[in-house]
Design a protein around this ligand. Structure first.
Ligand code: HEM
Length: 417
């Protein structure tokens, strides 16, 4: 693996890479991002800490919505194929763990079309019914529950069940798969894994997820059913079909992309609604009419994915600022979603926003979140049940996840009636 040549550039005096910075709450971190947004635009920073022995000179921090959208929508200038992790990580590992998330068009386009073609209207209807039934069952258990830990009792359940049901993971395997997916995501938090485990453990989790996908694919090739997995093994675009190994890789991507994100959005949105009872009342006056735009605000507010990265393929410019071929750029969605030139009072949770062009699902372009509709269906079904059936919800202090990638709450004490 070759490290990029060290460039004689001055690092910004603003710290957005130290552990100390990432251990502060979201709103406090945004005070620094706000200064970057108001300043010269792009700033050059020290690399983030990495668990891999790989050296990079640093990265450009993109903090304004327009700049992040520009880079996301120009894959010919900013590649994903060298990896999309801002923290230095070998591209081969990323390719294995994130499948077509770290590919560029036209290869990316083929895989995305293959997967999309498996989501037939019939499969989507089946998944929506499962989401509704699971949301009802989760809230059945919460009614009158008293003191509970909200993340494990509620937020974590629907996203994982949705993915398992969608892919047909047998009930007996679901706890192991859920555990592997959770561990894979928590790797930056000391409490989740010890230093020794940091490199070895993710490899084991990735292997378990990949093998689960491979087994499911083999099973459905031998025993076709009326489900998404059967459609995936049969999908064909321009003469390409998915191999079992690729379906294994897709399961890893889904377990990381579709699971923690929706879980964190649920927790942050529920906390915001409990803190702002007048917003909750306004939403409930016309739930079906208002939940669509409200969910956009849930995502903007939560910003579950803090950042992804790209590498410049050629010498180019971002909003007039020169960027050299090989430079890494960090796309801080968390900052785009608080950009005061786009959002009025960005630090206020406001369901009544008329326009909400947040970048919670990415900055547009080929990698825009493939599961955004699914995530919205989950949130709509779950919040309908939560807000109409729970009479009292009170929260204690959240225990925040230490991570520069996921905006997470590990635990949230709750009292529910
Ligand atoms: C609130 C929930 C979610 C958030 C905030 C979220 C956010 C994101 C973001 C920021 C990206 C990268 C976009 C880019 O690079 O331009 C992404 C990609 C992706 N997401 Fe989501 N996501 C969510 C839910 C889901 C769900 C439920 C699934 C599926 C079960 C999913 C599947 C994917 C996939 C497959 C990609 C890769 C797309 C590609 O590379 O073409 N996501 N998501």
């Amino acid at each position: 693996m070759t490290a990029a040549p060290v460039k004689a550039r001055e690092y910004s005096s603003f710290d957005i890479t130290s552990d100390d910075f990432w251990s502060r709450p979201f709103a406090v971190r945004d005070e620094t991002f706000a200064q970057l947004r108001a300043g010269q635009g792009l700033t050059w920073h020290q690399p983030l800490e990495s668990m891999f022995p790989i050296e990079e000179p640093g990265f450009w921090a993109l903090t304004r919505r327009a700049d992040i959208a520009f880079v996301s929508q120009h894959p010919e200038l900013f590649t994903s194929a060298q990896g999309v992790a801002l923290s230095p990580m070998p591209a081969e590992i990323q390719r294995f763990a994130s499948f077509f998330l770290s590919m560029d068009p036209p290869q990316h386009t083929v895989y995305r079309r293959l997967i999309s073609s498996a989501f037939t209207p019939r499969n989507v209807r089946q998944i929506e019914q499962q989401i509704h039934d699971n949301a009802v069952a989760i809230v059945d258990d919460l009614v009158g529950a008293g003191d509970v830990e909200f993340v494990s009792a509620c937020s974590a359940k629907l996203p994982m069940r949705t993915i398992m049901d969608m892919l047909g993971v047998p009930a007996a395997d679901q706890p192991d798969v859920a555990y592997a997916a959770d561990k894979l995501f928590g790797i930056s938090d000391e409490e989740y894994v010890s230093d020794d485990e940091r490199v070895g453990d993710p490899v084991a989790q990735i292997a378990l997820l990949s093998n689960t996908g491979i087994e499911l694919a083999k099973f459905r090739r031998a025993h076709p059913g009326d489900d998404l997995m059967t459609s995936m093994v049969n999908a064909e675009v321009d003469g390409h079909k998915l191999t079992d190994e690729e379906i294994g890789a897709f399961l890893i991507l889904l377990a990381s992309a579709g699971n923690d994100t929706t879980k964190q959005a649920t927790t942050h949105a529920m906390m915001a609604l409990v803190e702002n009872p007048e917003q909750r009342e306004w939403l409930m006056e016309d739930f079906d009419g208002r939940i669509g735009p409200a969910i956009e605000e849930f995502i903007r507010w939560a910003s579950p994915v803090i950042q992804f990265a790209r590498f410049a393929t050629v010498d180019t410019e971002i909003n007039g600022h020169p960027v050299s071929a090989g430079d890494k750029v960090g796309l801080f969605y968390c900052s785009a979603n608080r950009d005061e030139t786009v959002f009025d009072n960005p630090g206020i949770f406001d369901l009544r926003r008329e326009s909400n062009p947040h970048l919670g699902f990415g900055g547009g372009g080929p990698h825009f979140c493939l599961g955004s509709q699914l995530a919205k269906t989950e949130l709509r079904n779950l919040f309908r049940e939560l807000l109409s059936r729970l009479k009292i919800v009170e929260f204690g202090e959240p225990d925040l996840l230490f991570s520069s990638f996921a905006h997470g709450v590990k635990r949230l004490p709750a009292h529910i009636q």
